[in-house]
Design a binder for this molecule. Structure first.
Ligand SMILES: Nc1ncnc2c1ncn2[C@@H]1O[C@H](COP(=O)(O)OP(=O)(O)O)[C@@H](O)[C@H]1O
Ligand SMILES: [Mg+2]
Length: 553
């Protein structure tokens, strides 16, 4: 006999003896307890059959066999998964409205849209839960809105980020035959939730990667498809699991990188950045009370003046949302907590001076806007995933060449936009009051700082034309005026996206006049009244109107 055969033989004898004596081996006890749990568990028939087969196999395996652990871990998962367990929905719309308002300032339209979805669930309990997708810059409340919906509905909340996820099997799991195989994130989240109808938040779906290990977006498509997801198959679990009761909420900073079919499955709700006034209200009503409480302080001990909050908003943060602001408030409270452990009876009023004392001097100077700009510079507005941004377009003449040079990490669309601007300016030199001699003698260099940040998109067209016109005519553009719009070779100004974010960015930078495409006039509706009333807007559908507003001389 070989050694293994001998071991096996002896072990069988040992088992027989233990059985005879009525003693249980630890493995036997384990198998028995699994069997008890299996008999009690509420499983779909097909799953139960499969599990019984696995359990019988487990019974025959020696505990040392590698398969023993694998099969046991698998059975544990099958028994723990909430195949039929769910929480009842709390479908009281007044309660839901209260919860949403309790947790978030403003966002009226978004809240209404959410309530509409809940109303449908209430009227038709068999309706498929909607798949919502919140899109907007960081810190505008996407994640926390998801938590609120879960709280309003009385559902469990589970969240995970898809950022940087390359591997399809992260979502779908590895087949059990692989060493160290695990279920995918979806099944793991369901297991954590303990019910099959949690609100599952898939954060940052726009940051989903893809490479040779498979395309996670394809897996996501199946997960989010109401026609398929009642039989979702995880490679590890290898049994269909019903995801149709899950309330999926996705978040993204931008929709540009999302595959179209994925987008079609979701109901997109857009959130934009907040104005200074809105941030002040959010800080006063939500962030301040929360951070104060988290630090163990009371309103009697610490008060913060509106001016101090305003300083935090304009001098310490530069963002579309409230994340940085929240962080600074937390830091302030921590510093004060230290003080109060020494003297609990003290009271502190945080003034702007106190803010500077505690946090150091402000990192941002409010008037970032350039005071005087030389000829050849125009103020543009860009839209990024992080919100709006002011961006300067600089052009200068280069002697001994006729070439056009473009720098500042511009994408193809923006480069073409620059060429179109150049052609327009050259062909309309006379009307624009440009010295033709200068045109002939020099080449031009266009640069868009910050040079290390990639930029693209057609919306800088009007700023490019303004910069070139200003350069060739040697007249400076107005520095209090920012502009955005796409241009055509024939001098039309076409509409662009992200108007609210761009105007808010201009306002943050201290700009008071904004030139917008005529067709974007309707978008001003989205702006708070305080901004609409205090800034001047010029609407243009032709390049000539832009030039006369930006270069009055
Ligand atoms: N409208 C709002 N009302 C109250 N708090 C808000 C609002 N918008 C954002 N916040 C707060 O700002 C912080 C960042 O929000 P978060 O949900 O993490 O943003 P996102 O997921 O969009 O990046 C949270 O503390 C959140 O509660
Ligand atoms: Mg988030």
């Amino acid at each position: 006999m070989s050694r293994e055969q001998r071991d096996y033989f002896l072990r069988q004898q040992l088992r027989a003896i233990q059985d005879e004596l009525g003693e249980k081996t630890p493995e036997k006890a384990e198998v028995d307890s699994l069997r008890d749990r299996l008999n009690e568990a509420d499983l779909p028939e097909s799953v139960r059959k499969e599990a019984e087969r696995d359990l019988n196999r487990l019974e025959r395996l020696p505990a040392q066999a590698p398969d023993y652990q694998v099969t046991r871990t698998y059975l544990e998962l099958v028994l723990e998964l909430p195949w039929k367990k769910r929480t009842p929905d709390l479908l009281d719309l007044n309660h839901a409205r209260d919860v949403l308002n309790e947790d978030h300032f403003g966002l009226t339209e978004i809240k209404e849209r959410i309530l509409e979805h809940l109303a449908v669930l209430k009227l038709n309990p068999n309706a498929k839960a909607p798949i919502l997708c919140f899109v907007g810059p960081p810190g505008v409340g996407k994640t926390s809105l998801g938590q609120s919906i879960a709280r309003a509905l009385g559902r469990k909340f589970e969240r995970f980020s898809l950022g940087g996820l390359h591997d399809e099997s992260e979502l779908r799991g590895h087949r059990r035959t692989y060493i160290g195989a695990m279920p995918g994130r979806i099944i793991q989240a369901i297991r954590r939730a303990g019910v099959n109808n949690p609100l599952m938040m898939l954060d940052e779906i726009d940051k989903l990667g893809r490479d040779h290990r498979g395309d996670p977006a394809a897996a996501l498509l199946e997960i989010l498809d109401p026609a398929q997801n009642n039989t979702f198959r995880d490679n590890y679990l290898d049994q269909p699991f019903d995801l149709s009761q899950v309330f999926f909420v996705c978040t993204a900073n931008t929709l540009d990188t999302l595959p179209r079919p994925l987008l079609d499955r979701m109901e997109v709700l857009r959130l934009s950045g907040y104005s200074e006034e809105e941030k002040l209200q959010i800080a006063l009503r939500y962030l301040l009370p929360r951070t104060r409480k988290d630090a163990g302080l009371t309103p009697e001990q610490v008060q913060v003046t509106d001016e101090a909050l305003r300083l935090l908003i304009t001098g310490y943060t530069r963002e579309a949302g409230c994340r940085q602001l929240d962080r600074y408030l937390q830091r302030l409270m921590r510093k004060l907590a230290l003080k109060f452990t020494e003297d609990p009876t003290a009271t502190v009023i945080i003034t702007p001076e106190k803010v500077t004392e505690l946090l150091g001097s402000r990192p941002f100077i409010p008037d970032e806007v350039r005071k005087d700009v030389p000829p050849g510079v125009a103020t543009g507005l860009a839209w990024t995933e992080a919100g709006g941004e002011v961006l300067y377009v600089e052009a200068s003449l280069v002697p001994n060449t006729r070439r056009m040079e473009i720098t500042g990490q511009l994408g193809d669309v923006m480069k073409e936009s620059a060429k179109a601007a150049q052609s327009y300016v050259l062909s309309h030199a006379r009307e624009l009051g440009i010295n033709a001699k200068r045109l002939k003698k020099f080449g031009v260099h266009i640069h868009v700082p910050a040079g290390a940040v990639p930029k693209d998109g057609p919306s800088a067209g009007v700023a490019l034309i303004t910069a070139l016109t200003s350069l060739y005519s040697d007249k400076p553009a107005r520095s209090d005026t920012a502009m955005t719009g796409e241009i055509t070779l024939t001098g039309l100004v076409l509409p662009i996206g992200g108007v609210k974010e761009k105007v808010l960015a201009a306002r943050r930078a201290g700009i008071t006049r904004v030139i917008l495409p005529k067709a974007n006039e309707k978008d001003l509706r989205d702006l708070p009244d305080s901004i609409r009333g205090s800034m001047e807007f010029i609407f243009a559908d032709r390049v000539a109107q832009v030039i006369s507003a930006a270069l009055p001389s």
